[in-house]
Every structure is written in C-alpha cells, then in structure tokens.
Design a binder for this molecule. Sequence first.
Ligand SMILES: [Cu+2]
Length: 346
Amino acid sequence: MGDQPDETGGQAQAGISRRDLLRSGVAGAVGLAAGAGALAGAGRRNAEPRPSKSEGMHNETEGDVDLTAFDATAFLKNFDFGKVSTLPSGQVQREYEITAVDREIEVAPGVHFAAWTYNGTVPGPTIRCTEGDRLKVNFTNGGSHPHTIHFHGIHAADMDGVFEIVEPGESFVYEFDAAPMGFHLYHCHALPLKRHVHKGLYGAFIIDPAEGRPEANEMLMLMNGFDTNFDGDNEVYAVNTVAFHYQRHPIEIEQGELVRVYLGNMTEFDLLNSFHLHGNFFRLYRTGTDLERYEWTDTVMLCQGERAVLEFTYDYPGKYMFHAHQSEFAELGWMGIFDVKPRTLV
Ligand SMILES: [Cu+2]
C-alpha cells in the first residue's frame, strides 16, 4: 500500500508551517503569545497566523477545546484494567475491547485533526494489568485503512501485531501473558508506519509488578505532536494530545504526597522529546522495569517509543511548570502546571 493522499488532504497546502510561524517576527517573549495564537489557525486551510491578545510569557490559546469530547484531565488517571476473570489454572485473565475508529479530534481550541484512533481517543485507552496476567485483546478494525495492534513486551511472534494485518471490518484476537513488568506501549504497525502512528493509533500499556509499587498519585502522560497542515512537521505539541491543556487546567497534587508519572514519547517526525519539572527533582526509572535503581534528575529526554516512570514529591505548595525543554515544543503547546495544594492535616 502506498502513502497516497487520503481524507486528510495528504497534499501540502498553503498553510503556515511551524518554522514559518516561529520566524515570522514572533521571536522571544512575544513568540509564546503569537505562537499560541497561530495554533488556532494551524488546522485551517490558508489560515493566517492569528496573534493572541496577550503578549506576556507562557500564554495560552484562547478558549478551550470541547471537554465533553475529550477531557485530558480525566484521561490522566483513566486506567483500563479490562474485564477480569480467573482461568481454570488460577491465572487472572483481563479482556479488552479495542476498535479502530476514524475520528476528528480537537488538538487545540479550534484546531481539528482527522485522526485514526483506538476507541475514539488519542492516545487510546491506557491498558493496565499485573505481571503474569493473561491478556486477551479483542481488536476490531472499524476504520478505513488496514491496522494492527503491536504490543511492546515479551510474547509469541504471531501475537506481535506486525504481519497479521487487520483489514477494515475484520477482527483479530491478541492473547499473551503480561511480561515484563514496566511501562510499555502499544501502537499500530501497518505500513507506512510513520503515518499510522502519527494519525493517533497508539496508547500506554502498564504492567504492574506483582508486588506493586508504593502508594502514589499516579498519572499517564504521553508526549505527542500533530502535523495539522501535512508538511511532515508538527505544528502542535502536547502531553495527552491537547495543547496547553494542563496549563489551562493545572493538575492538582498535594504537598508531601508521592506523585508517579508514567511518561512516554509517541511524538512522530521529531527524534526526541523531553520533560522538565520545575522546582523539584524526580526519580527516573527507565522503562519502569527496575524498582531499585534510578536516576535523580529534573529533565529527561526520550526518543520515539521510549518511556520512563517518574516519581517526585513537592515540599512547598504553589504552581510549578512542567514542559518540554525544547523551547519550540513548549511554545507550541507542550506546557503544563502542577498546582501543589498545602498538605491537609488529619
Ligand atoms: Cu494503522
């Protein structure tokens, strides 16, 4: 199959590119404002960059996305543990229903993207289980193109979701034991891979260790980007799809509580993405596969497909930014805030 134009328009158009918008006299502090304003026009044909009214640092796009369609705040903690049963052997089985669906999503206020999704959202559902569970994933391709689900992890070749292409209207059952414990991913592996991933067919796959991890306020963050004008470059960056969402809606955490972030990178086109935490340091467990050894840092770079488990605790209340340390990505939407509430004493 070729990389032919599709309903998204495939062909290049006269819209702005991110390089253009960053070059077009919006450098420096104003760049954040104008860049964010331009995001609102990035998804429309022949749109002119629309400067924001405010010109301070770290401005937001105007308005908000339709939160009834996708609420990135709820998505943070929306773990799908599947339909649980016990097999005759005593092994726990978790069964998941995943359907590929073509759906337009809103990646910034007024900026729509013709996505290919698992179960209607980008990222798809966060699949969560425990090491050793039997997973049964019933996949139906309700989309317009051939797809698969390729899970990271250790399993048989015919469960790898690469050669068993699932045509539109067809189904496939993936069945394997969850291993190893850690933080993994799943994504479509149909060709051209770059296109199927960038269109939105990916999600997080968490395998908890049998003994569990220490109690924490847990959340899932997948770093991603969107090429809204089909020039092979992202115009919008985010964690969990919606530009500046966690700046408009800061994530509330509590002073002194342990926070655990499952952080993955599914950004297409750019080699690297990164996460920088303000006013703090975190324990960095790469791939989440080791409970003992960690790095102690405040910034982590992840290549495409790489992920890590981050743990931190804030000693002081207040608002703290977290964002890509690539300034360009931060200015184009990959920016959020932790709102640390004073510890409640009981
Ligand atoms: Cu696909």
